[in-house]
Write a protein that binds this ligand. Structure first.
Ligand SMILES: C[S@@+](CC[C@H](N)C(=O)[O-])C[C@H]1O[C@@H](n2cnc3c(N)ncnc32)[C@H](O)[C@@H]1O
Length: 238
């Protein structure tokens, strides 16, 4: 039996709708609605393409990441920095290349393939004598460190992919020393609103940081679709 025109239109619309849903699930929101394992798997299988897609601008990275981070660390020597969701080692590599940074860095990520690339990059940067960085495969919601450990915690372009950004931020604050510096990103723009049920406005995000014990919050429009947000963990009364 032949399908009539109406049936073809219904089929075409259904295929289009399915395609849009798949695009939203796997590309726009990178698997976050399908669970943590899916997000990590997607990063594992696409790891080798990551740096090529991102094409980070070294001058912009220096100005927007390294300089504010070094300013935030001032007076904390000797220091340890934790980079949560380090990916291919963006922040550790930037810090290793910076002559003004003398501390040590832990890069944590759940995706083993991303960490393998980070490891190769960091070893190459230190001529195989890499004693200043440690890479850890772990999820952001359960950081395997005691409280008050790090002078600074960074987490760039990743919060929106965690099962719970609140739990991950709570963990970051826990492992920060009192007075320690947090640098993170908040997704903005129309794509941010496609994270249905997860989107937070600037005010809501800043309120959350305050509720978690962070003060001195700053926010700058960064890259195309992020705010770069910094804050400090409140010091305890003596
Ligand atoms: C967009 S990349 C950002 C990487 C790096 N921060 C950068 O700016 O290039 C997101 C990273 O988050 C990691 N990730 C996703 N979910 C995670 C989780 N629950 N715990 C730890 N890392 C996670 C991914 O493996 C990926 O490396």
């Amino acid at each position: 039996m032949f399908l009539n025109n109406m049936n073809w239109i219904v089929i075409a619309v259904a295929i289009l709708a399915l395609g849009l849903v798949m695009y939203w699930l796997f590309v726009v929101t990178e698997g976050v609605y399908l669970g943590r394992r899916m997000v990590i798997w997607l990063y594992d299988v696409t790891a080798k393409k990551y740096d090529g897609i991102k094409q980070f601008d070294a001058g912009h990275e220096q100005q927007t990441i390294v300089e504010p981070l070094l300013n935030g660390l001032a007076g904390e020597d000797p220091y340890w920095v934790l980079d949560v969701a380090t990916g291919t080692g963006r922040v550790p590599a930037l810090l290793l290349k910076s002559p003004n940074f003398t501390g040590r860095i832990v890069g944590l990520d759940a995706a083993g393939q991303m960490l393998a690339l980070a490891s190769a990059k960091l070893n190459a940067l230190s001529n195989g004598q890499n004693k200043r960085t440690v890479l850890v495969q772990q999820v952001a919601e359960a950081l395997p460190f005691p409280e008050d450990t790090f002078s600074a915690v960074t987490c760039l372009e990743a919060l929106e992919f965690f099962p719970s950004e609140v739990n991950a931020l709570r963990e970051m604050v826990r492992v920060l020393r009192p007075g320690g510096f947090l640098m993170t990103t908040r997704r903005r723009g129309y794509e941010a609103r496609l994270f249905i049920g997860r989107y937070r406005s600037t005010e809501e995000f800043e309120d959350l940081l305050g509720d978690l014990g962070l003060i001195e919050v700053t926010r700058n429009h960064w890259q195309v679709n992020y705010d770069l947000v910094t804050a400090r963990k409140v010091k305890r009364d003596p």
